[in-house]
Design a protein around this ligand. Structure first.
Ligand code: SAH
Length: 257
């Protein structure tokens, strides 16, 4: 590849990918909440087909695979994440049931009504909650389940600073009752919803980034994009600590009518 023609965007993309590939998770979550969401789902068997959309390196997928039967296909846009995903599946001897493929959530490689369950943690925002719920529904069998985490407001009102941050980062953020209404409107029965506890953000997401940031900073010393990426993640973590009473991730479990 001719590096002179590498666009800033491609460069950013590679750096972002490298930064997050050093982490077990690429978004807030924990094995406990994955299993809690799974506890609301029944009827899975060895014949079931599950998709984990925006799976990243597979932190939650491997937990799912160890507690749910059937085949799991992980889909992610980033090939580096999918390589790590398949490597992780192999390490746990799950390679016969768990496969990662590169693909986009707006063009899923499934036939209509073939999935028993769609899983997606911290990823649906990439196309938007409503759009994802509407477009993915056709891939589920009738009675199939969807389980997703999504950034949500806990209150009707909040301080300007955090409101402005989210309006810029993801204007699709909304209150829990509104998200449940969107789920119902898209043709699912809302089966359960619960707020992810703080440890999903702090112990499982922001704390592991601190040591990853040290290594990343050393490796990319003098690189302004790397510096900005770290500063951005730290800012996000600070905002979370300051405003965690007002927002967080919520697990939404629905069943296709
Ligand atoms: N589910 C993982 C990763 C969440 S981060 C976890 O909870 O740890 C969001 C993921 O969505 C990233 O891995 C990113 O590469 C992926 N992603 C972003 N846009 C995507 C798209 N259009 N299609 C598929 N995956 C996408």
């Amino acid at each position: 590849m001719d590096n002179d023609h590498t666009s800033i965007h491609e460069f950013d993309f590679d750096l972002i990918c490298e930064y997050f590939s050093n982490l077990e998770r690429q978004g807030p979550g924990s094995p406990e909440v994955t299993l809690k969401a799974l506890s609301f789902i029944s009827g899975l068997s060895g014949e079931s087909h599950i998709a984990d959309i925006g799976c990243g390196t597979g932190g939650q997928t491997m937990v799912l695979a160890q507690h749910a039967p059937g085949q799991i296909t992980g889909i992610d846009l980033f090939p580096v994440f999918i390589d790590l995903f398949n490597h992780n599946a192999g390490k746990l001897n799950l390679q016969d049931r768990v496969k990662g493929v590169v693909g986009s959530m707006d063009k899923l490689p499934f036939q209509p009504e073939t999935l028993d369950m769609i899983w997606s943690e911290g990823a649906i925002y990439n196309i938007g909650f409503e759009r994802g719920l509407n477009e993915w529904r056709k891939f589920l069998k009738p009675g199939g389940y969807i389980a997703i985490t999504e950034a949500s407001w806990f209150t009707e009102e909040r301080p300007d600073e955090i409101d402005a941050f989210w309006q810029d980062a993801y204007p699709g953020i909304d209150t829990i009752p509104n998200k449940l209404g969107q789920m119902q409107h898209a043709g699912y029965v809302p089966v359960a919803s619960f707020i992810l506890p703080e440890n999903c953000w702090i112990e499982h997401f922001y704390v592991p980034q601190v040591s990853a940031q040290d290594a990343f900073r050393k490796k990319h010393a003098g690189n302004q994009t790397a510096k900005a990426l770290i500063a951005n993640q730290r800012h996000e973590a600070k905002l979370y600590i300051k405003y965690k009473a007002y927002y967080g991730y919520v697990f939404y479990v629905g069943r296709k009518l």
